[in-house]
Design a protein. Structure first.
Lengths: 396, 291
């Protein structure tokens, strides 16, 4: 009888101990949400966010987790596809926040990002969209942090470069027919005019899903611009637009203010995309640190191949974790995180040299620091890969 | 304007080829194949791997894409559509099946091929140049000329097949009256499978052909299906000549629209025109199937 009682006690203790361990493991999981477009023609925008977050999580988890407030947290990425549909994006955001998730990466475009804003505010969560609408980041809005460099920040820098270094005097704008791309086009037109450039086409656009760009580029070329700016162009469209322009005999500069991928450009357009300027993060060999090289290898292992868009999108989660490490109270209270954003600064782990800082920026454009300070890198495609044209910083 | 017309002609030939496969399936099965665009996408990936990655000759990879998708189409028909059509009492069931297969193919492709746009080396490289486009000149790339020429040849071959061969006549008979065809000794089950295989094969061929100029990605199917539906609605669903005319009309409408209207208005006008057109001509330009 005693033996039996002892055995029962042992089993009970074992179960209690396992339960306690499970509870501790549960406590030590930090969930990060990703809400963005992961299917259809623009899938790469959201999938690269997802893959970046998963890669970062894998790297930390391989070392036992991320150390926050003396405790190691395993990272768990919960990624949901919004199909570029505001309704789905809202549903995803509600699902993620109701799961207790405080930090969400995405969505990818203005319409989906604006749709989830009330959800973020209500749930006292913080999201990191890759959409440029200023009303997401300026007061009274206070639930979103721009995850990359906005078109209205890099555009003037690029146009100035085209004007002074390439002798561009006239410029034509062509946008993907979506609200953010059209906004980028309108802002680009204003910026170009301010620089004294002649704008030969200011409102032309093409339907998402277009594959033959000969008709739309024919019209642009007829306006005889020195340069063509592709506003809000998706990575799948950029090579085809370059190819159509070159096939039609256009010899001027072509640029975009969105991030692109060199493999896609090389495969689809090859030498016809040579000279194409776009925005990068820290993926070009000229500026990447050893940490970035290690990240690229981890990304390749996780996804199968590198995507240059990830050079921009690597930053959001790294910065979230760094702030949480600095002030663990932000794990459950995003207001603490927001206060930290005003002063937070760390050496940028992905740019070599150790002199570049990674911080929150955006004061000049949004009145407060509500943007991840991704380095302002402008790349030029040489027919095979990107070369860094210049590196700048966003005004703060 | 000549450049605009050249653009419209090339685009129209390509669209006609895409629409033909869709109308073929509709005429035989009375099924709107929502997965047509996804079959196009798979054809593009077959050529991407065979020609772009494994460096087989393009003119081996292209028929292989058509054959592979014909097999997929035959399998879809045999294992998905025929059982549903045999048991379903409502037309919506086959439509839902088609939507389901489209989603299935797109998600499988996204998992298997990744999110990136893919492209292949030029099959032919060069350009016919007749002046500067900015000054009213005309440019036609060899690649676009090749695509248009192959599209026209395939369309002619299909029309000849349907018109002059025994299986082609069986297809027409099934399209016109399934029961009468059965009474005449036509194997309806095999014929519908052949029709679905030809439709899917044409989608695969179009995808394989166009990957040389447009590239391909896993999400390309839905938009293409939408355009194909517009074409067959204009021409008349299930009518071969209707698909060809619908494709050419949409090609020219797109080229001329982009030249004369603001870009964002072009497709809006195309949709408005289609709605108005269908109000007055609900069966499209050419009325009933295989007429």
């Amino acid at each position: 009888m005693n033996n039996r009682m002892m055995l029962n006690g042992l089993v009970t203790a074992l179960f209690l101990s396992m339960g306690a361990q499970a509870a501790r493991a549960e406590d030590n999981v930090l969930k990060i949400g990703v809400d963005g477009v992961m299917s259809g023609e623009a899938a790469s925008w959201g999938l690269v966010n997802k893959y970046c977050a998963e890669t970062t999580a894998e790297m930390y988890n391989a070392k036992g987790g991320v150390l926050i407030g003396g405790k190691k947290y395993k990272l768990e990425i919960v990624a949901l596809d919004d199909k570029n549909d505001p309704k789905a994006s809202v549903t995803n955001a509600e699902k993620l926040t109701s799961d207790g998730i405080k930090y969400i990466i995405g969505p990818n475009i203005d319409t989906t990002a604006l749709a989830v804003k009330p959800v973020m505010e209500r749930a006292k969560a913080l999201n990191f969209p890759y959409a440029f609408a200023k009303e997401l980041y300026t007061a009274p809005a206070n639930a979103s942090v721009l995850g990359m460099v906005a078109s209205y920040q890099v555009g003037p820098v690029m146009y100035s470069y085209l004007k002074t270094k390439k002798g561009v005097k006239s410029i034509a704008f062509l946008a993907r027919n979506e609200s953010d791309a059209k906004n980028q086009q309108a802002e680009g037109v204003e910026a170009a005019k301010k620089l004294g450039l002649k704008v030969t086409a200011d409102s032309d656009s093409y339907e998402p899903g277009t594959k033959d760009f000969m008709p739309v580029i024919t019209k642009i070329i007829k306006t005889k611009p020195d340069a063509i700016v592709l506003s809000g162009v998706a990575p799948a469209d950029a090579p085809l637009l370059n190819k159509a322009a070159r096939d039609l005999g256009f010899k001027g500069a072509i640029s975009t203010e969105t991030a692109q991928d060199s493999t896609i450009l090389a495969q689809v357009a090859g030498a016809k995309a040579a000279g194409f300027m776009s925005v990068g993060g820290a993926s070009t060999p000229e500026i990447q640190s050893d940490a970035m090289k290690a990240y690229i290898e981890a990304y390749k292992k996780h996804v199968g191949e590198w995507n240059d868009e990830a050079g921009t999108k690597v930053y959001a989660l790294e910065l979230i974790l760094a702030v949480l490490q600095k002030n663990p109270a932000a794990l459950t209270d995003v207001e603490v995180f927001k206060k930290e954003m005003a002063t937070f600064s760390m050496p940028n782990p992905y740019v070599k040299g150790g002199k570049t800082t990674l911080e929150f920026v955006g004061k000049a454009d949004f009145g407060r620091r509500s943007q991840v300070g991704v380095p302002l890198v402008v790349n030029e495609f040489d027919g095979k890969e990107f070369k860094t044209l210049f590196v700048g910083t966003i005004k703060n | 304007m000549f450049q605009v017309l050249i653009n419209g002609l090339v685009l129209g030939c390509v669209y006609a080829l895409v629409a033909l496969g869709l109308t073929m399936v509709f005429s035989i099965m009375r099924v709107v194949n929502f997965a047509h665009g996804q079959m196009y996408m798979l054809g593009g990936f077959v050529v991407y791997y065979l020609y772009g990655e494994f460096h087989l000759p393009f003119f081996v990879a292209l028929p292989a894409a058509a054959a592979a998708l014909a097999l997929v189409g035959a399998a879809f028909n045999r294992f998905f559509f025929q059982p549903v059509l045999a048991n379903a009492t409502r037309e919506e069931n086959s439509m839902l099946m088609a939507v389901g297969t489209a989603l299935l193919l797109e998600n499988l492709a996204l998992s298997a091929f990744g999110e990136k746009q893919r492209g292949v080396p030029d099959v032919v490289d060069g350009t016919f140049i007749l002046g500067d486009v900015a000054d009213g000149g005309v440019i036609l790339t060899y690649a676009n000329a090749m695509v248009a020429a192959i599209a026209v040849l395939v369309i002619i071959a299909l029309l000849a097949f349907v018109q002059y061969t025994r299986p082609g006549r069986a297809l027409r008979a099934v399209a016109q009256d399934r029961e009468a065809a059965r009474l005449q000794g036509v194997d309806v089950k095999a014929t519908t499978t052949l029709g679905f295989a030809i439709g899917a094969g044409l989608a695969g061929l179009a995808g394989g052909l166009l990957v040389t100029v447009y590239g391909v990605n896993a999400g390309v199917g839905s938009n293409l299906s939408t355009k194909a539906f517009i074409m067959i609605m204009i021409g008349g669903a299930g009518v071969t000549s209707g698909a060809i005319v619908g494709g050419l009309l949409l090609g020219f409408a797109e080229a001329i629209g982009y030249d004369m209207l603001p870009g964002s208005v072009t497709y809006l006008m195309i949709f408005v025109a289609m709605i108005v057109f269908l109000v007055f001509k609900p069966n499209g330009l050419f009325g009933k199937p295989w007429g």
